[in-house]
Design a protein around this ligand. Structure first.
Ligand code: NDP
Length: 336
């Protein structure tokens, strides 16, 4: 099919782009600058690929022009801020996430009636709750929604603001489909922490994507004395996340569903152990085996149900050790 992929320069989107092209789809992708456009273009000289600059996705009509591309059949919307270097949560985070999503959907309805399936990159952020994360008996699944409100997103907590941006963007997607009854249906992909190799020739190590930042810390010896806290103890490999997007686009039965896509649990201690085992060249940078930190909470971490993604999307999850090793190798290749 002919597919529009938003944010083609991103860590996850770069893998989605590769897989779409591998499977013979024709791709139109949006990026924010000519610099990124030319890097993507030169990485795929032979591909059925066109690149369109959309500088500000928070503008109400940002996607009108690109949606006029004849023949579009599916849209994968990944572009959304995932970093913490902003000062104003409304204009720099919530607006691009939420208005970005609604402007994509409005433009499809108005200009691209041939689009039958839309896949949105949401997040475990739209599933989790603070109470659930503290409850070892909780089992997270697609049935759960983050209860935080828009107002919570404006308070002085960057992690909460990001989680609100993802939750309300995904809700806006489902509400749009319910209220506007467009020609397309929707599937959403909800990954927790995404690890895995960087394929884009786009970012320097200084600008590493947020979810791989801990690997750079490990490689630079920043966890030598003490292993950093793991944060949310759920993870998935970026290649599985890309596969989930493309399967959710291709499979009729994925329509109308959210997918909690994850391999399982991890701790930073296990991550460091995988580096120790597979990357002997990094020995001097790593913490001692009995170093403190990086464990699961003493009371335990909640459970998860990834059966819908496993069954409907048909994913065999890449295990942690492989993901960690491949991530390190790819970062070494870009200069870490
Ligand atoms: P990246 O930071 O690599 O990608 C983010 C993408 O969104 C980039 O293409 C970026 O463009 C674009 N973008 C960010 N802000 C804006 C904006 N204001 N206007 C236009 N484009 C913008 O991170 P990921 O690949 O990890 O993130 C991709 C998606 O996956 C996001 O929706 C994120 O919320 C979601 N996600 C990520 C997880 C993870 O652990 N990595 C987990 C769960 C969900 P540019 O390259 O120009 O900066």
């Amino acid at each position: 099919s002919k597919v529009l992929l938003t944010g083609g320069s991103g860590f996850i989107a770069a893998h989605v782009l590769e897989l779409l092209l591998q499977r013979g789809h024709e791709v139109v992708t949006t990026v924010r600058s000519e610099d990124k456009a030319s890097k993507i273009r030169s990485a795929h000289p032979e591909a059925k690929l066109s690149i369109v600059i959309v500088p500000d996705i928070a503008q109400p009509n940002a996607f009108d022009e690109v949606m006029n591309t004849p023949g579009l059949e599916a849209v994968i919307h990944t572009a959304s801020p995932f970093h913490y270097n902003w000062t104003d949560p409304k204009t720099e985070l919530l607006d691009p996430a939420i208005l970005g999503t609604t402007s994509v959907l409005k433009a499809i309805k108005q200009y691209a009636p041939g689009v039958k399936r839309v896949v949105i990159t949401s997040s475990f952020a739209s599933i989790l709750s603070d109470a659930g994360l503290q409850d070892p008996k909780k089992v997270f699944s697609e049935a759960d929604w983050n209860p935080n409100t828009y107002e919570d997103g404006l308070k002085d907590n960057k992690a909460t603001s990001y989680r609100v941006s993802k939750t309300l963007a995904e809700r806006a997607g489902w509400d749009f489909v319910k209220n506007e009854k467009p020609n397309f249906d929707l599937a959403t992909i909800c990954p927790p922490l995404v690890f895995g190799p960087v394929v884009h020739h786009l970012n320097s190590l200084q600008a590493i994507n947020t979810s791989n930042a801990r690997f750079v810390d490990v490689m630079q010896g920043k966890m030598r004395d003490e292993i950093a806290p793991s944060g949310v103890h759920f993870w998935v490999d970026v290649r599985d996340v890309a596969l989930a997007h493309v399967q959710a686009m291709e499979k009729p039965e994925a329509g109308g569903k959210r997918f909690f896509v994850l391999c399982g649990k991890f701790s930073n201690r296990e991550l460091v152990a995988a580096v120790r085992k597979n990357c002997p060249e990094l020995k001097d940078k790593l913490p001692a085996e009995d170093a403190k930190g990086g464990d699961y909470p003493e009371a335990g971490f909640p459970g998860y149900d990834n059966s819908q993604a496993t069954n409907v999307l048909g994913i065999e999850w890449i295990p942690l050790e492989k993901s960690v090793t491949d991530t390190i190798k790819s970062l070494q290749a870009v200069g870490a």
